[in-house]
Ligand binder design. Sequence first.
Ligand code: GDP
Ligand code: MN
Length: 402
Amino acid sequence: MKIHEYQARELLSNAGIPVPAGEMIESVESAAGAYKRVVTEAGLGEGGLAVVKAQVYAGGRGKAGFVKLVHSESEATDAARFMLSNRMVSPQTGAEGMEVKKLLVAAGVEIAKEYYLAITTDRATRRNVLIASAEGGVEIEKVAAERPDAIIKEPIHPLLGLQGHQARRVAFALGMTGKQVGQAAKIMLQLASLYQQKDCSLAEINPLIVTPATGEAPDGTVLAIDAKFNFDDNAMFRQHAIAELSDPSEANQNELRASRMGLNYIQLEGDIGCLVNGAGLAMSTMDIIKHEGGTPANFLDVGGSASEEAVTEGFRIILADKAVKGILVNIFGGIMRCDVIAQAVANAAKEVGFSVPLVVRLEGTNVDEGRKILESAQASIPTMQSAGDLGDAAKRIVAAVG
Ligand code: GDP
Ligand code: MN
């Protein structure tokens, strides 16, 4: 599960990590007032620096022009108008981009240096790991790929947690000096306990910054000015406050619709829709489609106990996807009965109609009943073919899609 940056900043702030003041807005008209309040709160006054940032579940906003520094109410208004009326396209959004519905207006800060700081779970070592780099800011993925030595990794003990000496060592390794070391180490420790308490799978501050030296703070101040959190979906039963932060308008609408019916659906970019029972079988179905030269349009596991209504909804979702040029149904009936699937095919044919080729492979529980239902529905589904096995099914649908 993901949350917006403005919510992530609040989590950081509640955990004691310093973050500039900010306000979430949803309209162009609110921008001027929000600008005025955040600069006033930060003691900056008229003409003070603020930043307007698109709130979407995707990164790379800075490079895409969706993080803008502003110095007045009118600049804040212009930035808000631009972001709320253009789709954001970044390497993380796909070519169609994302609609922006929420913005963050935050007090701006002067930056002397940007760092990267994150905690995630490292499956290889089966531990949480603190990741840091002095090459923070944008494009950390590029740094990691091209100069892996610029990335510091510190394993976190599963019972003891991140230790003070580890955090200080990382701060020194980042090249921090004087009072920066203590401030950064404290932030690392706070981030590590937040990660643990909230069942995160990623807690990232990019950039963590040091501000320029001033009279009162000759080493500058360490602050978080961007934050991204992912949470373990399996922990939501005990993280009610976090679960409530989820923004349904950011989710893929088909995925949301499927999850309401207890279906496990993930939208992909190909043109062969798949309806399968069981996650493992769904993955091998996608593999074999690829093997035969096709590309799956989705992953869909209807599970073992889906009702006829749920499976019919699965067909509705696949058929509503304009990219779908053919559908492969692959059922190995164990708990799931073949006749339930066949009935759902017949329902979907009646209700929506299969305008695209459909290949059905049924095997297992109640397969004879299932085949009978399909035979009587065949007349109303002229594009339907039956397949003997999975290999045959994949060949047929790839050939039919062309
Ligand atoms: P992202 O591109 O989606 O990760 O968005 P960020 O919030 O990380 O912003 C991208 C970049 O904009 C940062 O790396 C900074 O260089 C710059 N930036 C963001 N906020 C401020 C700010 O308050 N002051 C200054 N000077 N630069 C900022
Ligand atoms: Mn960032």
